[in-house]
Ligand binder design. Structure first.
Ligand code: SAJ
Length: 432
């Protein structure tokens, strides 16, 4: 049997590899000819898929990448793993999903199973995909089968990867769910069937909204602790000793990444069309969005304590990726922190071992782009009026930072575990 995977990014390529390893022939569909060519040469562009794993599958013909969408006719099952970006007005952009669906409709034949994996608002599979597919004159649940199954890829996670992470799946009809469960049951260790596509769509949004809301609560705790002059990290660590009914989240400089800041807005957007306000999502987003300015105020207060102003100060931002130990800048709060500090007249340098450059991508308002990561030299640390830790990459020597810097503003609580000659100001007050 042959399985098609549309979109070979951080979701689609790992999926294509697992499908091939389960014994299916896989045709990967890409809009980018260069990506398709690279994959056909067994050269992976996705960190979680080593080329050593991909190459043999391509050489044996198990996996073929193509831009020729008419080859969808060869596929018995088709998984769609294309982006579902949110526009600036936070409206979901389904253009990639709809164009993939149109390509499938052009090749649709009886017996095919189609599974949407892209994160989207509840109702998308039924409202945006089904009508397009039924234009082919075939009936869902009888001639073809349509399901939603949310991707749960956690890039870089060493324990949980595509195959062993339980896979939720819901069909437009019971027959759809059954067929989806049968096929995915041969690829994933565990399939969790739910009764509809809407239910499966909502599962993904609930998971990530849960994360966003708990991160917002941790961020509000930081704001509370600052006013009570209590160390927020101590409170969180001690609360984390509760062996049941508590889950540790940490405050930080804001919410980055391409999922957590965005996914909840698919739900709030959909509910607004039903005249329902998802208050928890709106309020949590507000609190998370305040954190870059909160960090900037901590920097200003700390400099003022030293009789210095932000204006004219030389600051070294340490770590700018949206979370530690990765190289992804998408929605990183560090970019907003840098922009706000520049607006106040600071001269900014940064060091990030994973992000060599902040390029001018047209929408960030940081001045003097491109900005390049500075080597973390003794002078760089000693000359800075303050070192501002935004992302706590594990590879940085924080003891050396504490030994050489005058002042450290630490948005991640990483300096609490190292001795420091420098004065250290955390999110909720002075730490050392
Ligand atoms: N963050 C905090 N405090 C926390 C946790 C995270 O400030 O306690 C921040 C991070 O610094 C980052 C943002 O929130 O800026 C998102 O962090 P994340 O750990 O959720 O990272 P993502 O977006 O790469 O991955 C998440 C996945 N993460 C985990 O479950 C650990 C998971 O929710 C999904 O697999 C993925 O989004 C997705 O694709 O939806």
């Amino acid at each position: 049997a042959c399985v098609g995977v549309i979109g070979l990014g951080y979701v689609g390529l790992p999926l294509a590899v697992e499908v091939a390893k389960a014994g299916y022939r896989v045709i990967g569909f890409e809009v980018s000819a260069s990506v398709a060519d690279r994959i056909n040469e067994g050269d992976s562009h996705i960190g979680d898929v080593p080329s050593s794993e991909l190459a043999p599958l391509c050489e044996s013909g198990r996996i073929t990448a193509t831009t020729d969408m008419s080859r969808l006719a060869e596929c018995d099952a088709i998984s769609i793993c294309v982006p579902t970006p949110l526009g600036k007005t936070k409206d979901p952009d389904l253009s990639y999903v709809v164009s993939a669906t149109r390509a499938i409709r052009a090749a649709l034949r009886p017996g095919q199973l189609i599974i949407l994996e892209s994160t989207t608002y509840p109702g998308t599979t039924r409202e945006a995909m089904l009508p397009v597919l039924e234009e082919a004159g075939l009936t869902v649940g009888e001639d073809f089968f349509l399901c939603f199954s949310p991707e749960r890829v956690d890039p870089g996670n060493a324990v949980w990867h595509t195959k062993n992470t339980p896979k939720v799946l819901g069909g437009l009809t019971a027959a759809c769910t059954e067929l989806g469960q049968a096929i995915y049951g041969r690829i994933f260790d565990t399939v969790v069937p739910v009764s509809s596509a809407e239910s499966a769509e909502l599962v993904k949004l609930y998971e990530n909204t849960f994360r966003m809301i708990n991160i917002a609560l941790a961020n509000e705790m930081a704001q509370v602790c600052e006013r009570l002059d209590v160390d927020v990290w101590e409170v969180i660590e001690a609360a984390g000793t509760k062996p049941f009914g508590f889950m540790t989240f940490t405050p930080g400089p804001g919410l980055g990444g391409h999922c957590i800041p965005l996914d909840p807005h698919y739900l709030s957007w959909k509910m607004r069309t039903l005249a329902f306000k998802t208050r928890m999502i709106e309020l949590s987003s507000e609190i998370n969005a305040e954190m870059p300015a909160f960090v900037v105020r901590k920097v200003a207060d700390a400099l003022n304590e030293e009789g210095k102003a932000v204006k004219g100060s030389r600051l070294l931002v340490l770590g700018i990726a949206y979370k530690r130990d990765i190289d992804d800048l998408r929605e990183s709060p560090a970019l907003e922190v840098i922009q706000l500090l520049q607006d106040k007249g600071a001269d900014i340098q940064y060091h990030d071992p994973y992000c060599p450059t902040i390029a001018d991508d047209g929408h960030t308002r940081i001045a003097d782009l491109p900005l390049h990561s500075q080597p973390l030299t003794e002078d760089a640390l000693a000359d800075a009026d303050a070192v501002v830790i935004i992302t706590d990459h594990k590879t940085v020597d924080y003891e050396r930072v504490g030994a050489l810097a005058k002042l450290v503003v630490d948005a991640r609580g990483v300096m609490r575990s190292v001795p420091s000659a420098a004065k250290v100001v955390g999110l909720s007050g002075q730490e050392q």
